[in-house]
Ligand binder design. Structure first.
Ligand code: AMP
Length: 416
């Protein structure tokens, strides 16, 4: 038996209804806020991510599926969407038409992480990004939009964590302060030793206990923000309060990607065990320039689609079996032809209809009808053909009535 690769999985028809519902709600809400859908390739030149996400991040150093093309140039299965969206914004000169673009995309991402519950090598994200707007009111609007989506999906026990990562100016002063504090500590893990020279901020994010302990009393970014970044963060908090969005400030929230500036956030849940982040994002005012575009601010987020499904499916149970409205049982050639035509006509009128193709006994066919979870079973046998009628069984009530064949479609239209 051939099986999926470790960390890759099928999403089966039984599970798909939750995925579709989430996707629909997300699209509705995003479009109400003026976002437009964009679909991007899964394979990109490696430099899109290496330059965009940062050479010294976990994603780029260890987690990308990268392989050479026929000329030896590296290409990568996208590990995230933001860098691709920015690549597209620049490639198609979207900024020339209108620098302000609100875009969303939904699709698979690929990271070579150790597979475990809530962590896959192919996973799905729902991304929304706004390019060209630097107002902190937008940052708040993005968080309000995310909270609205989770509310519509009835996801509870969430907390919104926010932090400000400052701009390159204030971060430089902060990094110096952090490094001089860390200078006195010993036994940082191997990764953090490297981070000291490459990206000191990421030490705050380390999950290793000894590193965490040694960070006690470390200087905090919020005390080093320049005036502009401070006002940005204050405005964001005020706007969240205006909309009654409860939030927590997490001084250690830095996120794993290099491109963030000012606002960073994560939505966490208490319902997922270790993998508690269900969405994350932030502002990336330098990224467009890093990837070769004009100086343009940006902000966005990614929702972990798999994790969201897990929370919702756990609550709602797994019974997603939506059956047809009508299930046809036909016996004999003439009856089968009638069922064939009526079934097509119903489906063309947006009424879910299926037929049994097996040509078995009434008892066996009725078993299939039951299993299909249909609302009505339409029976066409020899008698029905002779009389020009269809026997319609209401599966919930168990009652049965005869309907003239010519009235069948209109009767079904009235019944749904
Ligand atoms: P990130 O791009 O790392 O900020 O991830 C954004 C969201 O995607 C996270 O909050 C997770 O919910 C989800 N996510 C990230 N990596 C994985 C993974 N390997 N498997 C499943 N979901 C993931």
């Amino acid at each position: 038996m051939i099986q999926t690769i470790r960390g890759f999985r099928d999403i089966l028809p039984d599970e798909i209804q939750v995925w579709q519902r989430i996707e629909q709600e997300a699209k509705n809400i995003f479009e109400n806020y003026g976002f437009k859908e964009i679909r991007l390739p899964i394979l990109e030149k490696t430099e899109v991510f290496a330059r965009g996400i940062g050479e010294n991040t976990d994603i780029v150093e260890k987690e990308m599926f990268t392989f050479p093309d026929s000329k030896g140039k590296n290409q990568t299965m996208r590990p995230e969407a933001t860098a691709s969206i920015v690549r597209s914004y620049i490639q198609h000169k979207m900024y020339a038409r209108d620098p302000e673009q609100k875009l969303y995309t939904i699709g698979p991402m690929f990271r070579k992480e150790r597979p475990q519950k809530g962590r896959y090598r192919q996973f799905y994200q729902i991304n929304a990004e706004v390019l060209g707007i630097d107002s902190p009111i937008l940052d708040a609007q993005i968080l309000v939009m995310l909270n609205l989506l989770f509310k519509r999906l009835e996801v509870k026990n969430l907390s919104t964590k926010i932090n400000s990562l400052g701009c390159p100016l204030c971060r430089k002063t902060y990094n110096e302060a952090l490094l001089s504090f860390i200078g006195n500590t010993e036994n940082l893990c191997e990764d953090c030793e490297r981070r000291k020279t490459k990206n000191p901020l990421r030490i705050l994010d380390c999950k290793v206990e000894s590193c965490r302990n040694q960070l006690e009393g470390a200087p905090l970014l919020k005390d080093y923000l320049c005036d502009e970044c401070k006002i940005h963060f204050e405005t964001l908090k005020n706007c969240l309060e205006l909309e009654n969005i409860s939030y927590e400030i997490d001084d250690y929230l830095v996120r794993g990607l290099d491109y963030y500036t000012k606002t960073a956030f994560e939505i966490q849940t208490r319902e997922l065990g270790a993998q508690s982040a269900v969405a994350g994002g932030g502002r990336y005012d330098g990224l467009i320039e890093i990837l070769g575009g004009p100086k343009t601010p940006g902000i966005g987020f990614a929702i972990g689609f798999d994790r969201l499904v897990e929370i919702i499916a756990a609550k709602n149970g797994e019974n997603n079996n939506i059956g047809p409205i009508v299930y046809f049982l036909a016996f004999g050639k003439k009856a089968s032809e009638k069922a064939f035509k009526l079934c097509n006509e119903l489906a063309s009128k947006n009424i879910r209809a299926e037929m049994d193709f097996s040509d078995k006994s009434m008892k066996a066919s009725m078993k299939k009808a039951n299993k299909s979870n249909c609302r009505f079973c339409a029976i066409i046998g020899e008698t029905e053909v002779e009389k020009g009628i269809i026997s319609l069984k209401n599966m919930e009530l168990g009652s049965q009535e005869e309907i003239l064949e010519k009235d069948f479609i209109s009767t079904m239209e009235k019944n749904i």
